[in-house]
Design a protein around this ligand. Structure first.
Ligand SMILES: [Cu+2]
Length: 148
C-alpha cells in the first residue's frame, strides 16, 4: 500500500512538473509572439540640418579700426595700430604725447622726422598696399596703414 501510494505521489509530482513545464513552455511561446514594435519609427528623422550653417559669416570683422583717416600718438603708441584707407587718402598723424616721436615707414615710403608734441604730420597714400611704420625714437612703437 505504501509503495503504491509512494508511486502515485511521485507520479503525481511528475505529472505536476510536466504540466508546469508545459504551461511554462506554452506561456513562453505565447509571450514571445507579441507583435508590438513594428512600425512607429518612421517619420521623426526628417531634415532639420539643412540651412542654418550658410549665411552668418558676412563682413563685420574688418571694421573696428578702419574708420577715419587720422592716427593719434599718445602714451608711446599709435592709435589705431591698424588703419585701413582707400587709395588717395590723406592720413594725418597728431602727436598728442608729451615727447617727440616720428612717423617712419619701415620701407621708406614716408617719414615725418621729429614730430614735436602737439604737431601733426600727413601723408597721402597713392598706392595700394600694407605700410608698416614705427617711431624712430621709440622702436617699440609700431603700427600699420592698409591702403586698398
Ligand atoms: Cu616715439
Amino acid at each position: 500500500m505504501q509503495k503504491t501510494y509512494a508511486y502515485t505521489t511521485t507520479e503525481a509530482r511528475l505529472c505536476l512538473l510536466a504540466l508546469c513545464l508545459v504551461v511554462l513552455l506554452t506561456a513562453c511561446g505565447g509571450t514571445t509572439t507579441t507583435t508590438s514594435a513594428s512600425t512607429p519609427t518612421a517619420a521623426p528623422t526628417a531634415a532639420p540640418t539643412s540651412a542654418p550653417t550658410t549665411a552668418p559669416t558676412n563682413t563685420p570683422t574688418t571694421a573696428p579700426t578702419s574708420t577715419g583717416n587720422s592716427v593719434s600718438i599718445a602714451n608711446f603708441a599709435f592709435s589705431p595700430t591698424a588703419l585701413t584707407v582707400k587709395t588717395g587718402t590723406k592720413v594725418i598723424w597728431t602727436n598728442n604725447d608729451t615727447v617727440t616721436h616720428t612717423v617712419t615707414a619701415n620701407k621708406g615710403a614716408f617719414n615725418s622726422g621729429p614730430l614735436a608734441p602737439g604737431s601733426t604730420y600727413s601723408f597721402t597714400f597713392t598706392k595700394a598696399g600694407t605700410y608698416s611704420y614705427h617711431c624712430n625714437i621709440h622702436p617699440s612703437m609700431m603700427a600699420t596703414i592698409v591702403v586698398q
